[in-house]
Ligand binder design. Structure first.
Ligand SMILES: [Zn+2]
Length: 92
């Protein structure tokens, strides 16, 4: 599709890193499938993917995690590790 940001590039399937920050919690999703603009780098997530990311972020916030890093494998969130205890012990 045409990129709506720069209006010049075309998007191509690719993998992006998405960071969601809410209420002091940060959740990073790596290797998220997206359409990426070849010109400006803007990315577009499908509704399904967006819903899944928001759901996972809500869970992380609900469990009191400060930082969580999740990796997408085969189009699903498969591995999450939260860094709360590590950061805490370093006085973060
Ligand atoms: Zn663009």
């Amino acid at each position: 599709m045409n990129c709506v940001i720069c209006k010049q590039g075309q998007t191509q399937p690719g993998l992006v890193t998405v960071t969601l920050e809410r209420e002091g919690a940060i959740v990073v999703f790596k290797r998220v499938p997206a359409e990426v603009c070849e010109n400006c780098g803007e990315y577009y997530l499908s509704d399904d993917v967006t819903g899944e990311l928001l759901e996972r972020a809500e869970e992380a916030i609900a469990s009191g995690v400060e930082v969580e890093i999740c990796r997408y494998v085969a189009k699903a969130i498969s591995l999450c590790e939260n860094s709360q205890s590590r950061f805490r012990s370093q006085g973060f």
